[in-house]
Design a protein around this ligand. Structure first.
Ligand code: AVJ
Length: 321
């Protein structure tokens, strides 16, 4: 059975619309302009991200799925029986299937910011795995969370944070987010986390500039949300998708670049853009294994295992509190 639970009552009544407008305005009034990548994920954005995962250039998903499939037995062994699996940014809940079949946890909790997408995905999981107790929490996992009561089966609670989503945060924020997770977990609690590794510029840049233009559509969908949900007159087609490796910062940056000088209305303001001026919409940090272990150690996590795909494109780390 699927039931909706939440970590804080506020997440049920959270007026995402108001936060969204405030955040959108703050980003466009700043210099340089920015937007928060968490707003990519409305229903359409979650669909587009799922489509990105199927693009030949976007190696991350395939590499991670291969690790999870090849190492399912090892992973099940370190996690143990009767576990509670908490998936952050569960999206289409695709990667978790291999894991569920190997680990056979007692409880599963999907956490995602995209409400309808979350409910649909977890309902599918509940239908496909009748032996699993499935829960969904509509929440922004960047705020501190509590483990909901009633999910304790005597087994280990394990946070599953796949996809290198941790890469969306600066190292300082990533460390804070991991500290919050460590505080949420009891001693012995686990963190199974997918992290993209630093590699050649060409491979990285192609992954964020797929030939079919799905990543470009995903990036522009953010502006479609400004149009539809925030009443802005912004025209997404007047912005060009750009993604490149910033080697000094060890991250891929995504931008939306204004094709012309223009003024955009948002929340009663008129915001000017120069021709070629960009909105910085996302960072995807890439890590060496050692750097990521150090970051996790600072947040209170001890490294217990580390697995790679055969091409060593992607890392899956297992930590315990
Ligand atoms: C879901 C944040 C891991 O950064 O690779 C994919 C999002 N952005 N293509 C990533 C994304 C552009 C993705 N994460």
């Amino acid at each position: 059975m699927t039931s909706a639970v939440c970590f804080h009552d506020q997440h049920y009544t959270l007026d995402i619309g108001q936060d969204f407008l405030d955040d959108a305005i703050a980003g466009l009034l700043d210099s340089p302009k920015w937007a928060s990548p968490k707003y990519f994920y409305d229903y359409r954005g979650s669909q587009l991200f799922d489509a990105i995962c199927n693009q030949p250039e976007y190696y991350l998903t395939r590499a991670e799925e291969q690790v999870l499939a090849d190492r399912a037995g090892d992973i099940a062994e370190v996690i143990g029986e009767n576990a509670t699996l908490i998936e952050l940014g569960s999206g289409a809940s695709r990667k978790v299937r291999t894991l569920l079949e190997a680990v056979k946890p007692r409880h599963y909790l999907g956490v995602d910011i995209s409400r309808d997408f979350l409910i649909q995905s977890t309902e599918r999981l509940a239908a496909d795995y009748p032996w699993l107790d499935v829960h969904a929490a509509w929440a922004d996992f960047t705020s501190p969370m509590h483990l909901p009561s009633g999910l304790d089966a005597g087994g280990r609670p394990v946070v599953f944070f796949p996809g290198s989503s941790i890469g969306n945060f600066t190292p300082a924020l990533a460390r804070m987010l991991l500290s919050n997770l460590a505080n949420m977990l009891p001693p012995g609690g686990g963190l199974l986390i997918g992290v993209d590794r630093m590699k050649d510029r060409e491979v990285l840049e192609q992954a964020y500039n797929d030939a079919a233009g799905v990543t470009a559509a995903f990036n522009r969908n953010l502006l479609t949300r400004y149009e539809i949900e925030l009443g802005s007159d912004i025209d997404p087609d007047q912005f060009e998708h750009r993604a490149f490796l910033n080697e000094a910062e060890q991250r891929i940056e995504m931008h939306l670049v204004s094709r012309k000088a223009q003024t955009v209305a948002l929340g009663g303001l008129r915001i000017p853009f120069d021709a070629g001026e960009s909105i910085h919409t996302e960072n995807s940090y890439k890590y060496s294994d050692e750097d990521f272990k150090t970051l996790a150690a600072h947040a209170g996590f001890e490294s217990r295992a580390l697995w790679h795909d055969p091409d060593r494109l992607f890392s899956v780390h297992y930590f315990e509190r």
